[in-house]
Ligand binder design. Structure first.
Ligand code: NAD
Ligand code: ISE
Length: 341
């Protein structure tokens, strides 16, 4: 039987995930949707899906086996806690939550439940290029990683909805997570520098330069640009003791026309990471079908939240701000019994 899924939040990424769950992937059915904008939920709901007024009612519904949360970050905490209370596997878009206290509550609830239920939407871990890069680093032929350069460039962000703290607490979380994963390391502290502001950025701090100091001593240098106009450009290069390894710049369609030869790059995250999101959901569905979760965990969501908090403190203080994590609950060290799809 197909996995019966309810989707909360039917905006940009909610609609894209509904498309992949209904048109790309098999073995899954979207049986319920909910959004505080009920009209929008009704417009985008698959034909046979029920539209719920309240997220909590969707989560508790007997017809919903597993939940996909695509609402705004501040709404995630309550929705995650409701999913855990109902014992239902949940895929939650990043940021998992927007405060340390909320992250601790989610981990406490999941730990008390006794089994992983939460997967956080850090899709870069499912991207084939990032996975190849990690395999090279883990293989050890280049020696220890010393520095990682992460370029995170958005052509634009939604005006009004994307607010001044979001480069650090919404966008940076991807670079923070992928740095921990790629380098098999933890973030010990953060510095932030704000260079000359782009005149295209309105009131936003844009661009931003972030230094993530890893526990090993490695340093990650992150460029966050959120209004760079020319496209969605994600780059990464790891500098190691005996060589460097980098992501290819892709997809890069080569266009030849009367102006010459140029490489086209993606417009936004939907295009750049399309296969990564598909694979992220394939692996989520396998785990959710077994009543659990794999991939990026609430612990990883917690680490990203602490990093965002430290980055916001660092931009205000201009100083190094430490990231202090609690001892890792045993639940997040257990191997998951799920075979990768
Ligand atoms: P959006 O504004 O386009 O859509 C969010 C939707 O959630 C809206 O329709 C809104 O009405 C609804 N919503 C808000 N609060 C709600 C609540 N309490 N209950 C039910 N519905 C609620 O935003 P978006 O770009 O789709 O982003 C949604 C989430 O996905 C954010 O957390 C964002 O950071 C994340 N996101 C992740 C990626 C990624 O690459 N993984 C990309 C884009 C967005
Ligand atoms: C967006 O919410 C995402 O998660 C994208 O992956 C990221 O690149 C973008 O900056 C965010 O706004």
């Amino acid at each position: 039987m197909s996995l019966q899924v309810g989707v909360i939040g039917t905006g940009m990424i909610g609609q894209d995930h509904i498309r992949r769950l209904t048109q790309v992937l098999s073995g899954v059915e979207v049986v319920a949707v909910s959004d505080i904008d009920r009209d929008r939920a009704g417009r985008v709901a698959p034909h046979s899906a029920e539209v719920f007024d309240a997220a909590q009612a969707l989560i508790r519904s007997d017809k919903v086996q597993a939940v996909v949360i695509c609402s705004w970050g501040p709404a995630h905490e309550e929705q995650l806690l409701d999913c855990i209370a109902a014992g239902k596997p949940v895929f939650c878009e990043k940021p998992m939550v927007t405060s340390e206290a909320a992250a601790l509550k989610v981990m406490e609830a999941e730990t008390a439940f006794g089994r992983r239920l939460v997967q956080v939407g850090f899709m870069r871990r499912f991207d084939a290029d990032y996975r190849r890069l990690k395999a090279v680093i883990d293989g050890g032929s280049l020696g220890a990683p010393l520095m990682y350069y992460s370029k995170h460039r958005n052509a634009s962000v939604p005006e009004g909805l994307y607010t001044s703290d979001m480069p650090l607490n919404d966008t940076l979380v991807h670079d923070a997570d992928v740095s921990r994963w790629l380098l098999s390391d933890e973030i010990a502290g953060v510095e932030v520098r704000v260079p000359r502001r782009s005149s295209r950025g309105n009131e936003l701090r844009d661009p931003t330069l972030v230094l993530l100091h890893m526990a090993s001593g490695a340093i990650v240098d992150v460029e966050i640009s959120v209004n760079i106009a020319y496209g969605y450009d994600i780059r990464g290069e790891v500098s190691c003791e005996q060589g460097v390894a980098a992501l290819p710049n892709r997809p890069a369609t080569v266009v030849s026309d009367q102006y010459g030869i140029r490489q086209e790059i993606p417009g936004d995250w939907r295009e750049r990471f399309i296969e990564a999101y598909d694979q992220e959901f394939r692996e989520w569905m396998v785990a959710a079908g077994q009543g659990t979760a794999a991939g990026p965990s609430a612990w990883d969501g917690y680490a990203a939240t602490l990093t965002a908090d430290a980055a916001l403190r660092a931009v205000a203080s201009g100083a190094f701000e430490p990231v202090k994590m609690i001892a890792k609950p045993g639940l997040y060290d257990l191997p998951t019994a799920v075979a990768a799809a």
